[in-house]
Design a protein around this ligand. Structure first.
Ligand SMILES: Cc1cc2nc3c(=O)[nH]c(=O)nc-3n(C[C@H](O)[C@H](O)[C@H](O)COP(=O)(O)O)c2cc1C
Length: 236
């Protein structure tokens, strides 16, 4: 059975984002996926990258976090909470993130999850990025909610483009970089200020869109074949 993993990050279990995660889970299960979920606030996930993450060190004098990630994974000495997050991600063909936008970005707890779980060496390294990244061939999707209204986002709009502007650091700089093919996100605008009926409509739309996931638009990411050994664009 195909496996999907949802990383859910919201401080309120009854939140709209929580309802989005539950809806996505139900839609995926109905369409034949085996789904696991990691509720970061429920487990009080520690988002702070530190020396405590490594039970053994290649260099105990000076911390280079990414090199110690490689060393600890190879020697089986990564902190238990990182290993617990890592395993379902590595076993899943589809990775789903559900979070509210905080300051044009992800909540701090999810940012820390990226920092600690997406290990150097396993997910990326050297020329193993984008279409050659560790997760090449797998897919990811972001489900997010916003206070802002839809007309505030776009090329001419006050906040600029949402997906490859505001969230580009997630879409390309994180998920695309480690190899995922990244679907167009599902975005629920103005969520705290709309009616319950409107919120129910958004969840119905999410259900329909997850059910038809295989027809969803994927973002164009850089392809390594277009760049030379130093990542300069190839001419011609
Ligand atoms: C710390 C913080 C930062 C926020 N930053 C933004 C933002 O940059 N843009 C935006 O449109 N909404 C922003 N919001 C609003 C939230 O995205 C919105 O309240 C949330 O997505 C609603 O979903 P919920 O009902 O599941 O909490 C922010 C909210 C908080 C608490």
């Amino acid at each position: 059975m195909k496996r999907a993993h949802i990383v859910y990050c919201h401080p309120e279990p009854k939140s709209f984002v929580g309802a989005m995660a539950a809806t996505a889970r139900a839609s995926l299960e109905r369409t034949g996926w085996q789904v696991t979920i990691s509720d970061l606030y429920a487990k009080q996930f520690n988002p702070v990258a530190s020396v405590e993450d490594f039970g053994s060190r290649s260099n105990p004098e000076h911390l280079v976090y990414s090199l110690e990630q490689r060393h600890a994974r190879e020697h089986g000495t990564l902190a238990r909470d990182i290993v617990d997050e890592l395993e379902p991600v590595l076993e899943s063909e589809l990775l789903v993130f559900a979070f509210p936008v905080f300051w044009f970005s992800v909540p701090a707890m999810l940012k820390g999850w990226f920092d600690r779980v997406l290990l150097s060496g396993t997910f990326y390294g050297g020329r193993r990025v984008y279409d050659r990244g560790g997760m090449a061939g797998r897919k990811a999707i972001v489900l997010t909610s916003l206070g802002g209204r839809e007309h505030m986002f776009g090329p001419e709009a006050i906040h600029g483009d949402l997906t490859m502007g505001m969230l580009r650091h997630v879409m390309q700089g994180t998920l695309g970089y480690v190899g995922y093919e990244v679907y167009e996100p599902f975005v629920a605008f103005h969520v705290p200020y709309v009616t319950d009926d409107a919120r129910r409509g958004l969840l119905t739309s999410l259900d329909e869109q997850i059910t038809a996931l295989d027809q969803r638009k994927l973002f164009q990411m850089p392809e390594l074949g277009d760049f030379d050994e130093q990542f300069r664009p190839r001419v011609g």
